[in-house]
Design a protein around this ligand. Structure first.
Ligand code: ZN
Length: 240
């Protein structure tokens, strides 16, 4: 199986369209989505329609649960909270309920674990960014491979003593235990404003991390027009 992997869309329609177009150019057997479809951006409705149409293996994120009222807004900083409240008003009740129905962990087939935040405490929505975070998740991982989202920073961690992070765009996962984050579609935070996604080939074990340019100006303009916090528009240009 060859999987396309994406997540942290965050209602960024321009970025999502660019990623979907790039995914369509790949020969794929399935799609994996790591959650946070909404929050921050100005087009939650169209983004949900696209993702639901794609019908990927899917887990929900903290923003999805926040909008649905399944996670307390005290979890979020004021800017994120404002965006969540705005999103809840912008979406039909059916879409809000659907977001609340998503689990935050799941499986794609028998070998690939999906979790929005961490494998070890998926309901706490902590970030998996250090080797120690990955170590905790490896202890709970029942297979050899997991994909996570949430941090918006692409990285692959290999199990071992010590757990080793790599930040390459071509990674060989064959015969190793790994936890990978392919980055964020709609709000990259690694200093690169281009939308991120990944392709994983189960036969070869190769994971490839991709970036695709999109109309950042338009996505930022949509955020300003919606009256969402200005910083959510500004940070798209910086990829921070
Ligand atoms: Zn996110």
């Amino acid at each position: 199986m060859r999987y396309g992997i994406f997540g942290d869309v965050h209602s960024n329609l321009q970025a999502l369209r660019a990623v979907v177009e790039a995914l369509e150019a790949e020969r794929l057997d399935g799609l994996l989505c790591l959650g946070d479809l909404v929050g921050y951006g100005a087009d939650p409705g169209p983004c949900l329609e696209i993702v639901r149409e794609l019908d990927p293996y899917l887990v929900g994120g903290n923003h999805d649960w926040g909008v649905a009222g399944r996670l307390s807004l005290t979890y979020f900083n004021p800017v994120a909270r404002t965006a969540i409240e705005w999103t809840r008003e912008a979406l039909p009740a059916e879409a809000v309920a659907w977001l609340g129905s998503l689990d935050v962990t799941g499986m794609a087939g028998e070998h690939i674990v999906l979790a929005h935040s961490t494998v070890h405490d998926p309901h706490l929505f902590e970030y998996l960014v250090t080797p120690y975070d990955a170590y905790l998740s490896f202890r709970h991982l029942t297979t050899d491979l997991a994909f996570v989202g949430h941090s918006h920073v692409p990285a692959t961690f290999f199990d071992g003593n010590p757990v080793t992070p790599v930040y390459e765009t071509e990674v060989d996962l064959a015969g190793r235990r790994a936890i990978a984050n392919v980055g964020s579609v709609g709000q990259p935070r690694d200093g690169n404003p281009n939308a991120a996604f990944g392709v994983y080939d189960e036969e070869t074990g190769r994971l490839t991390l991709h970036r695709v340019a999109y109309d950042v100006e338009r996505a930022a303009a949509r955020i300003r027009k919606a009256g969402l916090p200005e910083i959510l528009a500004d940070r798209l240009h910086l990829g921070r």
